[in-house]
Design a protein around this ligand. Structure first.
Ligand SMILES: *Cc1c(COP(=O)(O)O)cnc(C)c1O
Length: 361
């Protein structure tokens, strides 16, 4: 045992040893409102059509390395401008990894406001880069001056901006984002993982900003299990980043299923619209519960704060009542006593509201 510990310290990079593995709790048979998944399974008719179509898929061959047909469908579904180029990833997480690998030289800086999506920091650390987190204000809006000063001072290779932001749910101020685009020395990635739940987007602006990349995913609109992300941007940048992609990163079954699912886009667009409507009901319900302070959300989840010191207890209490949400207390000082609930079906939301009112009573 001691021998292997020494070997690990000799050979595993310190950046990697210092990391904590991304922990995903086992939901058992709890109501699962912790991971921003679409709560609706596929309609039975779609499952049958998909299985029928699957017969035509040949798995003895490698997939189309460029995933051309799926790419075209995703471009259409996400209204990517004609002049932009796209590439696909095994989830948008993989695209974040490719962007960072493309710029990874020792000493380089990756920047994002914090709290935000934890993978930016995690992937930058694995790549041996420095991560500069710029604190958001107390209401989770961007601190304009702090951002612009940090950009001038640290000269980041890439700035990641989740829009809407996770785990806070809000949209950053558009004017400040435009200022950031104007003064960033390198790339600016606007991560629109929650695009199905908001009208705001920078996709249409790609032709205007040469240093802008827009990141999308199919995960939050209903295909978290598929793992399909899209990166759009100027061809000059994408041609370079594309070189870091492993040739068959999108499996045949993913390509085939993604194409199939996007043929039935209206089914999933309707689900997204239902989830948006449910979000408003959930917000209204939570506002009637004394002790829950809500933050505005343009995503399919709601961040809220409970009375001081009670975050972990209320999270555990909800769990014991069969509802799994996300405890953010302890993940960052700004998120003390904060919990995050994903918008579920109306029944799941009602169960969550009932459990929360009991916990806060
Ligand atoms: C969930 C999430 C992603 C990751 O999406 P995948 O495509 O499932 O890898 C990316 N960015 C943000 C901000 C997210 O919340």
């Amino acid at each position: 045992m001691t021998l292997s510990k020494e070997k690990i310290e000799t050979w595993i990079r310190p950046e990697v040893r210092a990391l904590k593995a991304y922990h995903v709790p086992d939901p058992g048979d709890m109501i699962k409102l912790d991971a921003m998944e679409n709560p609706y399974p596929w309609p039975e008719s779609l499952v049958s059509a998909w299985l029928e179509r699957l017969r035509g898929c040949s798995f003895n061959r490698y997939p189309d390395p460029g995933a051309a047909a799926l790419k075209q469908r995703m471009r259409d579904a996400m209204s990517v401008p004609e002049t932009a180029q796209v590439m696909l990833g095994n989830g948008s997480d993989e695209l974040i990894q490719m962007i960072i690998q493309s710029v990874a030289l020792p000493g380089r800086v990756i920047m994002a406001p914090e709290p935000t999506f934890v993978m930016y920091r995690q992937i930058a650390s694995v790549a041996g880069l420095e991560f500069a987190g710029v604190p958001l204000q107390a209401d989770f809006s961007l601190d304009r001056d702090a951002m612009l000063d940090a950009i001038a001072d640290r000269q980041p290779a890439v700035i990641f901006l989740a829009y809407p932001n996770n785990p806070t749910g809000n949209l950053f101020d558009r004017g400040i984002l435009l200022e950031i685009l104007a003064c960033a020395p390198g790339l600016v990635v606007i991560d629109e993982a929650y695009a199905p739940f908001t009208d705001a987007s920078f996709m249409a602006e790609l032709p205007v900003h040469g240093n802008l990349l827009v990141l999308r995913t199919l995960s939050k609109m209903g295909f978290a299990g598929l793992r399909l992300g899209l990166l759009a941007g100027a061809p000059d940048w994408l041609e370079q980043i594309e070189k870091t992609r492993l040739p068959y990163n999108i499996s045949s079954i993913n390509q085939f299923t993604g194409e199939f699912a996007l043929e039935y886009r209206e089914v999933f667009d309707r689900q997204a619209a239902d989830i948006r409507a449910s979000r408003e009901h959930l917000v209204a319900g939570m506002k009637t519960i004394p002790g829950a302070e809500l933050f505005p959300s343009e995503a399919n989840f709601i961040l809220f704060r409970v009375p001081a010191g009670r975050g972990p207890g209320i999270f555990a209490g909800l769990k014991s009542r069969g509802v799994l949400i996300k405890n953010l207390d302890g993940s960052a000082p700004a998120l003390r006593d904060c919990l995050r609930v994903t918008v579920g079906t109306p029944e799941e939301n009602a169960a969550f509201l009932a459990a929360l009112s009991k916990e806060l009573a």
